[in-house]
Design a protein around this ligand. Sequence first.
Ligand code: ARG
Length: 394
Amino acid sequence: MKKKVVLAYSGGLDTSCAVKWLKDKYDVDVVCFSAFIGEVPDKEKLKKKALASGAIKTYIQDLKAEFAQDFLLPGLWAHARYEGGYPLATAFGRPLIAKHLVEIAHKEKAQYVAHGCTGKGNDQVRIEVGVRTLDPRLKIIAPLREWEFKTREEEIEYAQKHKIPVQATKASPYSIDKNIWGIAIEAGILENAWTEPPEDAYVMTQSIAKTPKKPKYVVIEFERGVPVKVDGKRRALADTIEYLNKVAGQYGVGRFDQIENRLIGIKSREVYEAPAAEVLLTAHTELENMVMDRDFLHYKKLLSEKYAEMVYYGLWFSPLKKSLDAFFSANQARVTGKVRIKLHAGHARCVGRESKNSLYSEKMATYSEGDAFDHHMAEGFLKLWGLPYEGMGK
Ligand code: ARG
């Protein structure tokens, strides 16, 4: 019997060529796995395409709900953004793919898994480290790091020669990765760090010049840290995210243009869109600010940065990342309440919040009538607070 490989398959040119290339180069049967965590395309068509490219079997799965619950929710609780901007959409998607590659490999009794990542990016790290963390016995093949093709044209020629179906539509000038948490747009003209991204590079957001003049308010309701309702309507988490992508996208919310430090050492210029992530991260952060104490909030910020780094570096299944998840989830039971977000001209701002667990007291805060704060207490407090520093500034 032939050995088997499970290939993470998108149906694009690279992974379509990879099916045939793996068969020839490694003399294996190829099982294709496609995870839908963004738009769900025509499953039948994709299956046909994989089989026509030479696969013996396909697993085509809508994994949005699992993605939202097990990957994005922990990321939301962690307030994870890489280097202060990018909410990590692609980085959350890869460990989910790694997990399913391993599961399918076990089911199929496959010896190999394979992916279509290049040798230059972070995605290869996330998939391979993920797979090895889960099952170090599986061998990993990365055709794009190995094969002889240097250009897209050479791949197209190979596809035509071997009757591998290729898209008739013109390929995008950018390299794109999309899921419900956002889209990453790279390459082409964007590689010039001085050039403003042209409007045609953006997919999920309206150009700011074309956003509605009138702001729109949305109310996000959280129960125990989970956004459960938008404007009073209860929705599953993945639906909430998709709905907010549409609404906030119309207001141009969630665009990022950053120079980022890749794990493999190079700096790259990346453009992202993440409308729902921007709204939800803002809303959750603001509600937590209201219901949690100072020490927790300040300390959490340090750990959020570490967490984002670990997710970005492909360490999703590592012990520290797991422990950090436990830290961030420990107090989510308090994060219940509503946040009012104003969408306007590319911004999502919190303009109101309320919670039954609020630590904010208007009575204590007020400068007007009814002040409950005892100003005299400040005197003694300040004496002690400043005591260690007396004379030290001389
Ligand atoms: N730079 C981002 C990251 O490392 C996005 C990667 C996008 N991947 C892609 N195949 N276009 O998470």
